[in-house]
Design a protein around this ligand. Structure first.
Ligand code: TEU
Length: 577
C-alpha cells in the first residue's frame, strides 16, 4: 500500500464502514423484527454520522437458525426482511447519499434447507452428493453411535461437527450448527455456482462483500479423501483448526474468485474477509493487493485476549497484550496489505462493557476506545449502536437468550456438569453474541422506537437514557464524537496514511502511539482505566501543539514532556514543528 496520499490509493483507505444487523436495526411493519424498509427510514441518520459504506448482515432467504447465516436461497430476500424490490430501494437511497453497500457473503456453508443440500442428502448417487462433505462412519464403528463420527472435531457451536443422516447412513460436516452444512469447495461446480451468484449481486449494484469465515473454505483433505482428527484441547471434542483454518487451497480459491467474478470491477469493490485464526502473516497474504485476493481481513487475535480456555471463559484484559497484538498487525501490514479495525460486530460483546466502564464513565470510556481504534492505520468498522455507546444486555435469565451459539453452549456446559447455573449465566453475560443483538436504541418511546410490536429479543432498559434521539441533540454525545472521528479520517491524510509507531508498550493502563506523515506527527493517548495516569512522553510534545480531538471538556494536562490523563481520557495532539 502506498503511504503517500496519491492517486493510487484505493478509495476504502479513507472510508468508514457501518455494519447493520437488520434483525435488530429498525422494524417497519410491527412484527418485532427489523427489516429493509426500516433501514430505509434511517438512511438520513447514517448520512449524518458520515459513514461511507454500509455492510448488511444477511437478509437472504433462511430458516433463521443462525439469524440468516444459514442461507437457503442466495438470490432472494427472506420475507421477514422484505423483498428484492425493498433492497433495490434501500440501495438506491444509500447510493444517492454517496454511501456504498456491501453484502454478507456466507459461502463456507449453506442452510440444510438449501435445495443444493436437500438434493445432496437425497441419495449417495445424487449429482450434488459431493457438493457437501459426506463421509462414512469411522472404520469398524456402527454408524450413528457415539464416537463413530468420521473425525473427532467439535463444532464451533458446541457438540460434534458431524451429523449422522439416516437416509443414506453417512455423516455430513457442519463446522457451525447442524443446520449449516459445509460446502465442498474442492468441487469446481460448487465454486462456479457461487461465482455466478456473486456476479448476479454485482450486476444488481452491490459494492462488495464481507465474506463470512472465508478462511475456512479449504479443508485439509488427504489424498484418500479422508480428514484428520484434531488434538483435544478442552471439553469432549478435537480441535478442528488444523484441518479447516487457512487450508491448503484457500488462496488459490480466492484468486480464482477474483478472476471469475471481479474482472474489470476489482478497484470499485470492497472485499473484506472474516478470518478467525488468521495470523498477521496470513493477513498479509490475504490483503496484499498484488496477490489479487482480498482488501483486508478481520483478525480475531485481539478480541480473544480476554478469553481463556474457550470463548465463553472470561479473563481480565492485559492492556500490554492488546498493544502488542494490534501493534504487530500495524507493523506487519505497514508496507503491503491493509488492516480492518473493529471493536464490535454482531458476534462480539459491546466494547464499552468489555474494555471500558459502562457505568459512571460510559461516555468517557466509549469515546476513548473509539479514539484509539479510529486513529490506527486501516479501515474502521462501526457496529450499529456502538456510536451511541450502547452497552451489553446484562440479561440475568437463560430464557432471555436467543442465539444458537449461546443456547448450544448452555446445553454443553450442563452436559459437562463442571459449572453452576450462576457461572454459566455469568459467562453468557460476558460473551453471548446477544449482547450486541439487542435492538437499536432510537428514542425513549416504548421499546426504544425499534418496533411497535413485540421485539424478538428484549430491548435494553437503559434505552430511556441511551438513545440516538437524545444524542443527536447533544454535541457532547458519543454519537457526535464518532461523527467527528469519521470526518477526521476523511479530511486528514495523517489519519489515513501516517506511519504508526507504538509508544509505552509496557505501560499497563495507557495506550499511546504516533502517526507520522512527512513533517506532521499526531500523538494519540488513551487511558484504559478509571484512575488518573501519568506518563512521560519525552520530547514528543516540544514546540507547538494543536488539540485534534479530545474527549474531556477542559484542556488536557500536558506539560514539559509529561502527561496526566484523567479517567478514560483520550487525546490526539498534532505536533507543529
Ligand atoms: O462467525 C464466525 C465465528 O468464528 C463466530 O462464530 C465466532 O466464533 C463466535 O461468534 C464468537 O463467539 C461468522 C458470523 O459472523 C457468525 O454470526 C456466524 O454465526 C458464523 O460465521 C457462521 O456463519
Amino acid at each position: 500500500m502506498s503511504s503517500e496520499p496519491g492517486v493510487t490509493a484505493p478509495w476504502w483507505t479513507s472510508a468508514v464502514v457501518y455494519q447493520v444487523y437488520p434483525r435488530s436495526f429498525q422494524d417497519s411493519n410491527g412484527d418485532g423484527v427489523g427489516d429493509l424498509r426500516g433501514i430505509l427510514r434511517r438512511v438520513g441518520y447514517l448520512a449524518e454520522l458520515g459513514v461511507d459504506v454500509v455492510w448488511l448482515s444477511p437478509v437472504y432467504r433462511s430458516p433463521q437458525d443462525d439469524n440468516g447465516y444459514d442461507v437457503s436461497d442466495y438470490q432472494d430476500i427472506d420475507p421477514l426482511f422484505g423483498t428484492l424490490e425493498d433492497l433495490d430501494l434501500l440501495m438506491a437511497a444509500l447510493h444517492e447519499r454517496g454511501i456504498k453497500v456491501i453484502m454478507d457473503l456466507v459461502v463456507n456453508h449453506t442452510s440444510s434447507e438449501h435445495p443444493w443440500f436437500t438434493e445432496s442428502r437425497s441419495s449417495k448417487l445424487s449429482p450434488k452428493r459431493d457438493w457437501y462433505w459426506w463421509r462414512p462412519a469411522r472404520d469398524g464403528m456402527e454408524p450413528g453411535t457415539p464416537g463413530a463420527e468420521p473425525t473427532n472435531w467439535g463444532s464451533l457451536f458446541s457438540g460434534p461437527a458431524w451429523e449422522y443422516d439416516e437416509a443414506t447412513g453417512e455423516y455430513y460436516l457442519h463446522l457451525f450448527g447442524r443446520g449449516q452444512p459445509d460446502l465442498n469447495w474442492e468441487n469446481p461446480a460448487v465454486r462456479q455456482a457461487i461465482y455466478a451468484m456473486m456476479r448476479w449481486w454485482l450486476d444488481r449494484g452491490v459494492d462488495g462483500f464481507r465474506m463470512d469465515v472465508i478462511n475456512l473454505i479449504s479443508k485439509d483433505v488427504r489424498a484418500d479423501g479422508s480428514l484428520a482428527d484434531g488434538p483435544v484441547i478442552s471439553g469432549l471434542y478435537g480441535d478442528l483448526a488444523q484441518g479447516t483454518i487457512n487450508g491448503p487451497r484457500v488462496h488459490e480459491f480466492l484468486r480464482e474468485m477474483n478472476r471469475e467474478v471481479f474482472a474489470g470491477s476489482r478497484d470499485a469493490v470492497l472485499l473484506v474477509g472474516e478470518t478467525p485464526g488468521a495470523t498477521v502473516e496470513d493477513g498479509l497474504l490475504f490483503s496484499d493487493r498484488r496477490r489479487g485476493e482480498l482488501d483486508m481481513v478481520f483478525t480475531f487475535e485481539y478480541v480473544s485476549l480476554d478469553r481463556g480456555l474457550d470463548k465463553f471463559d472470561r479473563k481480565p484484559l492485559d492492556l500490554r497484550e492488546l498493544k502488542a497484538t494490534l501493534g504487530r498487525w500495524q507493523a506487519g501490514l505497514a508496507k503491503a496489505g491493509w488492516n480492518a479495525l473493529y471493536w464490535e460486530n454482531h458476534d462480539q460483546p459491546r466494547i464499552v462493557s468489555r474494555f471500558g466502564d459502562d457505568g459512571a464513565y460510559r461516555v468517557e470510556s466509549a469515546t476513548m476506545l473509539a479514539t484509539v481504534l479510529h486513529l490506527h492505520r486501516g479501515t474502521p468498522y462501526v457496529y450499529q449502536g456502538e456510536e451511541l455507546g450502547m452497552t451489553n444486555a446484562h440479561f440475568t435469565a437463560f430464557d432471555s437468550y436467543r442465539d444458537i451459539e449461546s443456547q448450544r453452549h448452555v446445553a454443553q456446559a450442563r452436559e459437562l456438569g463442571q459449572l453452576s447455573d450462576d457461572q454459566i449465566l455469568a459467562s453468557l453475560a460476558a460473551f453471548s453474541r446477544d449482547n450486541a443483538r439487542t435492538p437499536m436504541q432510537w428514542d425513549d418511546s416504548p421499546d426504544a422506537g425499534f418496533t411497535t410490536g413485540t421485539p424478538w429479543i428484549t430491548v435494553n432498559p437503559n434505552y430511556t437514557s441511551i438513545n440516538a434521539d437524545a444524542q443527536l441533540g447533544d454535541p457532547g454525545s458519543v454519537f457526535h464524537y464518532y461523527r467527528r472521528l469519521i470526518a477526521l479520517r476523511h479530511t486528514d491524510p495523517v489519519v489515513r496514511f501516517g506511519e504508526f509507531t507504538m509508544l509505552l508498550p509496557e505501560h499497563p493502563h495507557i495506550y499511546a502511539f504516533t502517526r507520522s506523515l512527512g513533517e506532521t506527527r499526531l500523538l494519540v493517548l488513551g487511558n484504559f482505566s478509571g484512575d488518573e495516569q501519568k506518563a512521560g512522553i519525552g520530547r514528543r510534545l516540544d514546540g507547538e501543539t494543536e488539540v485534534v480531538i479530545h474527549n474531556y471538556p477542559d484542556p488536557p494536562l500536558v506539560a514539559a514532556g509529561n502527561v496526566t490523563l484523567r479517567p478514560w481520557e483520550a487525546l490526539v495532539l498534532r505536533q507543529l514543528d
